[in-house]
Design a protein around this ligand. Structure first.
Ligand SMILES: O=C(O)CCC(=O)C(=O)O
Ligand SMILES: [Fe+2]
Length: 218
C-alpha cells in the first residue's frame, strides 16, 4: 500500500539503511507462501527455548542453518533433530539485491551469499528484546525483510543494550540492512502494532520478519 506521505530511504546510522516499501505486494505474497511451507517442516516453526528455561515470544523457523541459542547447526537438535530446509538460490539473489539497494551496486553486493534465514512470526504480544546478532562467524551484513503488521524496531548501539537508540517503524514490504560499523548493533522489537498489516501482503494477521545472514560456517 503506497503511503499518503512517502517515506524516503534513510541511512539511520553508518551502515544501517532503511528502504521503505522495497518489496511489492506480489513479492511479499511469494515470501509469505514460502515461509508458510517452511513453517510446516521438516522442522516446524516453534517458540525457541532459552538455556535458562524461558521461551521466546516469537515463533521461529530457520532455513539453511538452524539457529538455537547461541549457535548454528545443520540439524534442529532442540526441535526434532531433522536437517532444516535448504537455502534456495532465489533467496541468495534477493539478499544480493537488498545489499545493492542499501549500499549501492558493488562487487561486495555480488559476493554476498547468505546461507541462513531466520523467519520470525510475531502474533499477539510477541516482542524481541535487545540483542546482537553475533553467532555468525562472517561479518557480512544482515538483511531484514518485514511483512504484515507494522512494528517498532529499535536501532541501538554496539556498546550497550541501552541508550542511545532510535526507534523506527518497519511497515510491510520494508527492507532494513545493517552491516559495516553497525553490524553488531544491539536491536530489538519492543512493539508490534496489531491489525496494521497491508491487506495485500498475504498475511492475515501478525508480523513476519525474515533475516538473511552469512554464517561463515562451512
Ligand atoms: O523481527 C525483527 O525485525 C528483528 C529480528 C531479529 O532481530 C532477529 O531475528 O535476530
Ligand atoms: Fe537480531
Amino acid at each position: 500500500m503506497d503511503a499518503l506521505i512517502p517515506r524516503p530511504a534513510l541511512e539511520l546510522a553508518p551502515g544501517v539503511v532503511h528502504v521503505p516499501g522495497w518489496l511489492g505486494s506480489d513479492e511479499q505474497r511469494e515470501l509469505v507462501a514460502a515461509c508458510r511451507e517452511w513453517a510446516r517442516g521438516p522442522v516446524p516453526i516453534r517458540h525457541t527455548r532459552l538455556p535458562r528455561g524461558g521461551v521466546m515470544s516469537v515463533q521461529t523457523v530457520c532455513v539453511g542453518w538452524h539457529w538455537q541459542p547461541y549457535r548454528y547447526s545443520r540439524t534442529a537438535d532442540d526441535v526434532n533433530g531433522l536437517p532444516v530446509a535448504p537455502f534456495p538460490d532465489w533467496l541468495v539473489r534477493r539478499g544480493r539485491q537488498a545489499v545493492a539497494r542499501a549500499y549501492g551496486a558493488s562487487a561486495a553486493a555480488e559476493r554476498y551469499t547468505p546461507d541462513t534465514a531466520l523467519i520470525n512470526f510475531y502474533d499477539g504480544d510477541a516482542r524481541m528484546g535487545m540483542h546482537q546478532d553475533k553467532d555468525e562467524r562472517s561479518s557480512a551484513p544482515v538483511v531484514s525483510l518485514s511483512i504484515g503488521d507494522t512494528c517498532v524496531f529499535r536501532v541501538g548501539n554496539t556498546e550497550t543494550r541501552n541508550r542511545p537508540y532510535q526507534d523506527v517503524e518497519l511497515v510491510s514490504g520494508d527492507l532494513l540492512v545493517f552491516g559495516g560499523p553497525s553490524r553488531y548493533i544491539h536491536h530489538g522489537v519492543p512493539k508490534v502494532r496489531t491489525g496494521t498489516a497491508d491487506p495485500d501482503c498475504g498475511l492475515g494477521s501478525g508480523r513476519l520478519n525474515i533475516t538473511l545472514r552469512e554464517t561463515g560456517l562451512g
